[in-house]
Design a protein around this ligand. Structure first.
Ligand SMILES: Nc1ncnc2c1ncn2[C@@H]1O[C@H](COP(=O)(O)OP(=O)(O)OP(=O)(O)O)[C@@H](O)[C@H]1O
Ligand SMILES: [Mg+2]
Length: 346
């Protein structure tokens, strides 16, 4: 009897030794990996650099190569608008990142939770699952980003209470009302931090005939783009190519002018939030009126976005403390109660 107990104990132990849980937030801009007990083990831009179709770098190193590669090397972003644009490259990138956090992982039994954007198609879901499988992972589950974000933000996701979350990512903005572990109402806008960068780039090109890189546009956004109340004395000095003279040049633009550039995207966000309220059952609306709207994702760091939305919707709006990591932490947490969630990987 004792021997049998010992054997069982040993078996359980060895199983745990071989098993690893991973949560992956596979984002348009950034990929994050979280492991229980260890925390965030990887945080890298979702970029791969290729030479003759084989990966020479991924993450930060590859990001620095974007727009700066010599002939023969290409730096590519395999995800666009939150979804896989290039399956093979996404798989290679996943493979690269997973082997960086777990050396010799083929011998381990991996259980993985990957985040996917709200409302992706069955085909896109299968592509993510297949990317996990091909990377050598035994068990892959999917969770919709807004649900993971809500769990990571400590909202009462499993309760019969409406939680309103807006995940402002790089490629998509997802709006969701969550109750009893699932999305009751949701919508997804094909816009985010990266589309703001592109708008700035386009604006400077059209109005000043100056060509700037996307990283310059991103830096300008972080420093001088305000969703509301841009400071009167703030401006940003762009560095780029003057297309009239074909020489490097600088250009100073006021924050009040850059504020106008994000106007259409902000209006689209307000419209989408309003549309959700129009469809909302009154009981859920009562919950949201009490608890307010929660913002997460990197783009929620846009200056005064919370202030802008609270003025437009007339409700309290707050940003989570860790807008970049709440999704991946929530995804990891969800592995603990797989049975209770309405997961989209069935
Ligand atoms: N301080 C900041 N101010 C404004 N925007 C910021 C700031 N820091 C980061 N961002 C933007 O946040 C975006 C990335 O956010 P995040 O990492 O949440 O996206 P993602 O999860 O990769 O994308 P998605 O969820 O759309 O697939 C980028 O566009 C980046 O420019
Ligand atoms: Mg994201």
């Amino acid at each position: 009897m004792m021997a049998e107990k010992k054997r069982k104990k040993k078996k359980g132990l060895s199983f745990r030794f071989w098993q690893r849980d991973l949560a992956i937030d596979l984002g348009t801009t950034n990929t994050l990996i979280y492991m229980p007990q260890k925390g965030i083990v990887l945080e890298e831009p979702s970029v791969v650099a290729l030479r003759n179709n084989s990966v020479v770098a991924a993450g930060k190193k590859a990001y620095r190569m974007l727009g700066r590669t010599p002939p023969g090397i290409t730096a590519v972003k395999p995800l666009q608008g939150g979804v896989i644009a290039n399956f093979e490259l996404t798989r290679k990138m996943l493979d690269y990142f997973i082997s960086r956090v777990l050396r010799r992982f083929p011998f381990l039994r991996l259980r993985m939770m990957i985040t996917v954007p709200y409302g992706i198609t069955q085909v896109e879901r299968r592509a993510v699952l297949a990317a996990g499988k091909r990377a050598g992972v035994k068990e892959t589950h999917l969770i919709e980003e807004p649900v993971a974000a809500a769990i990571g933000s400590g909202l009462p996701v499993a309760e019969p209470r409406g939680s309103f979350i807006v995940n402002c990512g790089g490629g998509v903005t997802e709006i969701a009302v969550i109750s009893l572990g699932g999305i009751v109402l949701g919508s997804s806008l094909p816009q985010g931090g990266e589309t703001i960068d592109e708008s700035i780039q386009r604006y400077i090109y059209r109005n000043y005939r100056m060509e700037i890189g996307l990283s310059t546009a991103e830096e300008a956004k972080k420093k001088a783009v305000y969703a509301a109340d841009p400071p009167a004395d703030l401006s940003y000095t762009f560095r780029g190519i003057n297309l009239y003279r074909r020489t490097p040049d600088t250009l100073e633009v006021k924050a009040s002018e850059l504020h106008e550039v994000v106007g259409p995207q902000l209006a689209a966000l307000t419209g989408a939030v309003r549309a959700i309220f129009e469809q909302m059952p009154p009981q859920l609306a009562a919950d949201v009126m009490q608890d307010g709207i929660v913002l997460c994702g990197g783009n929620s760091l846009l200056h005064n976005l919370d202030l802008y939305l609270s003025r437009e919707i007339n409700l309290p709006v707050r940003r989570v403390e860790d807008p970049f990591t709440c999704v991946v932490r929530g995804a990891s947490e969800s592995l603990k109660f797989l049975h209770a969630l309405a997961l989209p990987d069935k």
